[in-house]
Write a protein that binds this ligand. Structure first.
Ligand SMILES: [Zn+2]
Length: 223
């Protein structure tokens, strides 16, 4: 029986990751200057397009007093050779229907339903990879509330969260570890997809670029 008014609160079931090559040779790796991430292997590596980065930074900088946020969409992939999993974030959807306030950002069932509808119609084939929000003058960490939201609205192990501090120009990703746990004080960097020719656009002061081409492959990936 057809029923289009069914409310979808839980995320759509996700199939296996897309099999491709990890595009490390097209990216610049940014790592935290202070908390080394070598001891805590993340479930997925995060690849971020420059457009997506700029879009989130512009949104984050639009309000230095209240939290703002939104969603990140793209692909969930697995490297064909070494099996490492990664996500590619190339689409940013700023949240419009949140209760903004200095205390915290709220995602409601309504905003989540609106999001899945919009994602399906405007970006068919893209997955909800995670969410981002700002912590003006508060620093980069995951609050209890953030952890609750993440667990309830982004339950897949490969879904990630980005916290941006627009006042001090810092930011970091919160990514589950391979055992499914998430460290609320430990953030990760990401891979900036530069497509070789472009210059970096990353300006966060808490991250530094390192060279990490992984197992180099001359085949050019279309992302
Ligand atoms: Zn927060």
């Amino acid at each position: 029986m057809e029923n289009k008014s069914v409310v979808k609160l839980s995320p759509p079931a996700i199939n296996a990751p897309m099999q491709t090559r990890i595009p490390k040779h097209l990216a610049l790796k940014w790592v935290p200057k202070e908390n080394e991430d070598s001891e805590l292997p993340p479930h997925v590596e995060v690849f971020l397009t420059q457009n997506a980065y700029i879009r989130m930074c512009a949104h984050a900088g639009s309000d230095l007093y209240n939290e703002v946020g939104g969603w990140m969409a793209g692909k969930y992939c697995q490297d064909q050779l070494n099996g490492n999993q990664f996500v590619v974030i190339d689409t940013i959807l700023p949240a419009l229907y949140t209760n903004q306030g200095a205390a915290h950002l709220t995602f409601t069932g309504d905003t989540q339903v609106a999001l899945y509808d919009h994602l399906e119609s405007a970006y068919p084939g893209k997955l909800l990879v995670g969410w981002y929000h700002t912590h003006p003058r508060m620093g980069i960490f995951f609050s209890h509330w953030d952890a609750w939201l993440h667990q309830n609205f982004f339950p897949h192990p490969w879904q990630v969260a980005l916290v941006i501090e627009p006042y001090t120009s810092t930011g970091g990703f919160f990514i589950r570890q391979t055992d499914g746990s998430l460290h609320t004080q430990h953030y990760f960097g990401f891979y900036e997809l530069t497509n070789r020719r472009k210059r970096s656009v990353v300006f966060w002061r808490n991250l530094q670029p390192i060279r990490d081409t992984g197992d180099f492959n001359k085949e050019v990936l279309t992302l």
